[in-house]
Design a protein. Sequence first.
Lengths: 671, 156
Amino acid sequence: MIPELGQFSLILAFCLSILLGVMPLAGAATGNRLWISLGRPLSAGLFVFLGICLFILGHAFVTDDFSVRVVAAQSNTLLPMQYKVTALWGGHEGSFLLWTFMLSGWILAVGMFSKSMPAEFVSRVLGVLGLLSASYILFMLATSNPFDRMVPVPPADGADLNSALQDIGFIMHPPILYMGYVGYSVVFAFAVAALLSGRLDAAWARWSRPWANVAWAILTIGIALGSWWAYYELGWGGWWAWDPVENPPLITWLFGTALIHSLAVTEKRRVFKNWTVLLAILAFAGSLLGTFITRSGLLTSVHAFASDPSRGVFILAILGVFVGGALLLYAIRAPLIKSEFGFGSLSREIFLLANNVILVVAAASVFLGTLFPMFYQALTGDLISIGPPYFNIIFVPLMILLVIFLGIGPISRWKKTSGAYLQQQLGKVAAASVLLGVALPLIVLLDISIPATIAVALAVWIVLGIGRDLLAKTANKPSRLQGLRSLTYGYYGMQGAHFGVAVMLVGVALTSYFSTERSILLQTGDTVELGNYEFQFAGSERLAGPNYNANRATVLVTRDGDAVADLYPELRVYLASGTPSTEMAIDPSLWRDLLVIPGEIRDNGAWTMTVYVKPFVRWIWLGAIIMALSATIAATDRRYRKLARVRKQAEDKAGEEVGQGDLQPVPGGGT
Amino acid sequence: MMKPHRRKRLGLVLFIAFGMSVAVALTLFALSQNINMFYSPTQVANGEVEAGTMFRIGGMVKDGSVEQQQESLAVSFVTTDYTNDVPIEYEGILPDLFREGQGIVAEGRLNATGVFQASRVLAKHDENYMSPEVRAALEQAGADPENHQFRANPED
C-alpha cells in the first residue's frame, strides 16, 4: 500500500510542476500578480511531494519490500543499512527520482534566495524550471516508474546491490554530482528568463553569478569524488579514464568554467552578452547529455545502466525541446542585444575571451571524442572506440595555453593594458617560473624531465602571478593588512580557484609521469621492490564480512629497512550475488600514495598483485577542493547581498506601514 | 571604408574562425590516429584484420579454455562468438568478473600466428550487463545474447 502512496505523490508532484511551469510564466506575460505570486508556493509543494516520493522509496529499501521491482533488483536482506538506503540510487529509476528531487531543491532555493530580483524575472525562472521538472516526472511516469511492483509473486530476497557500489564513494558521488549537474538548470533558466524578458543586462549577469559559482563548486566536488572513488574502487590505479560517462560532466564543467568567466565580463563590462547566454545553454545541454548517455545505454561504459532505447529517445526529446527551444529563442533575441565593443587588443576582455575560446574548444573536442563512436556506428555500422591518447593529445596543449593566459588575466586591466605594464608586472614572474620549473623537480625528484619542468613552471607561474597581483593591489594602502582587508570575497574567490588549478596541475602532471607499477605473482614471504619501497607479502587469512566472505592479505611496506605501512588488500565474494570484488589497500599521503591491488589467489596459495607508487596523486583532489571552496567564497561576495539588503529594507519599510515590519539581520558575516 | 570598430570586430571574428578551424583540423587528425576498430571473432577468423593492427575484439570466454602459467602472470584463453574462436594471450591481472562463459572485450594486436596479444582485457562490473560490442558480435554470429548472458552465475 505504501509504495502506491509514493506513486500518488509522484502524480501530485507532476500536477504541481505543470502548474509551476504554466502559471508564473503566464503571469509574467500578462502581468497577473496572483499568478506570479503562485511561483514560490508551488515550488515548495513540488519539493515536498518529491521529498515524500524519495522518502517512501527509501522506506521500501530499508524495510526490504521486495514487491517493489527496483528494491528486488538492487537490494538484499543482508545488505548493511547504509547501503540499503543508498541502493535507492543504485539503479536507473531511483537515481532519476533523486535527480528530479535535486532539481526541486534548486527550485526551492531559487524561490528563497531571489527576493532581491524583480518578481516577473523570478517567475519566469521558476516557470522554466517547472516545465523542466514536469518533463522529468513525465519521463519517470511513462518509462521508468520507481514504484513498479513485481507481480504476481515478489521474490523472497533481492538480487543485491552491485558489489562495486557498496562503498562510501557511492554514498557521496552520485548525489553531489547530480546536485552540481542540476544546478546548471538554474543558470539555464536564468538565461531563458532573460531572453524571454529581453533584459540581458549587467543585472542579469550579477544575479546569475552566485548560482553559476555554486553549481560549479558542487560539480567540481562531484567530479573529484567520482575520480577519487574510481581510483580506489575500480582497481586500476588511475584517476581519470576518459570514459564516455566521465566526459559529459567534464564537458559541462568546461562550459561552466567558461561561463563563470564570461559572466564576469558581462557584469563588469556589459560585453559578451550573447556569448554568455549561449554558454549557459551549452552547460545545461552538457548536463542533459550526461543523463542521455548514462541512461540510453548507447555507449559502453562502467556507468551504463541496463539499456532501454525508449528511455534514450525520451531524454533526447527533452534535450531537443529545451535546448532547441532555448536556441530558437536565442536566435530570435540575440540580434537585438547590443554589446558595446569598447576594448583594446590587449585587455582583460581579450584574455578572458582567450580563456573562453580555449575552454569551449576543449569541451567540443571532448564531446567529439565521446560521441564519435556513436556517429561512426550510425554511418558505417562499424563499432569503434576512441582511445585516451586522443583526449590527451588535444587536452594537454590546450590546458598549457589556458594556464599561460590564466597568469596574465588577473593582472591585466579592463579595456586597455599596455604591453610594457604587463612586462613590468610579469617579466620577473615568468623568469622565476622557468627557473623554478627546472630546479624544483631536480631537487625533489633528482630527475630532469620535460613534462615535470613544464608542469611545475606553469604552477609556479600561477602562484607567483597571484602573489604579484596581491602586492600590486595592496601597494597603495597604508598597510598591507589593510590592503588585504579591502579586497573583496569575489577577488579572493578568483585567486583561490586559480591557486587550486596550480595544485591540481602539479598533481596531474607528476602522477601521470612519475607513477610506477608492477604486476607480480607472490608466495607468502616474497618481496617485490618498486621505487625505493619494498612490498613484502606476509601472509593471508580468511574473514567474514556482513554480507561477504573475504581473503585478506597482509603486505608490509618498508623503505630502506624502515617500516612505512601495513596494507591489507582483500578479495571478497558477496554472498547474495556470488560476485567477486577486489578491495585494494592504500597508504595515502600528501607526497605519494602506495597501492596494492590484489588480483586472484592461485591453487598453490600464491597471490597475484599489482603494486603502485603514485607521487602527488592527492594534489589532484586537493586542487579540486580548493577550487570548490574558492568558488563558494566568491558566491558570498558582499555585492550580491548588498542589493538584497537595500531591497529588503525597502520592502520592510513598506511592511512597517501596514504593521508587519520585522527587520531581519542580514545573514552572513561579510563586514 | 569600414569603421574602425567594425574592422576590429571583423579581425576578431576572423581570428576566432581561424583558431577554430585549426582546432577542428587538429582534432580530426587526432581522432583518425586513435580509432580502435572492433572486430568479432568471426571477422577475425575470416581474415578481416591484418597482423599488427591495434584493435578490439569481443566475445565470450570459451568454457574450459583458460590456462594460467604457474610461475608468472601469463594467461591464455579462447574468445568465441559460438561460430568462430580466436585464441588470446595476456600477461597481467584479469578483471574481477573475468570468467569462463562471461563476455569480455580485449584490446591488442594479432601476431603472425593468429594469436591475439592483448594489452588490456575488460569485463563489465555488472553481470547482468553485456557490452554492446559483445552483444553485436554474438548477434552477427547468429547466437542469442540473452541466453548466454546469465551463464556467468556460478550456480548455473
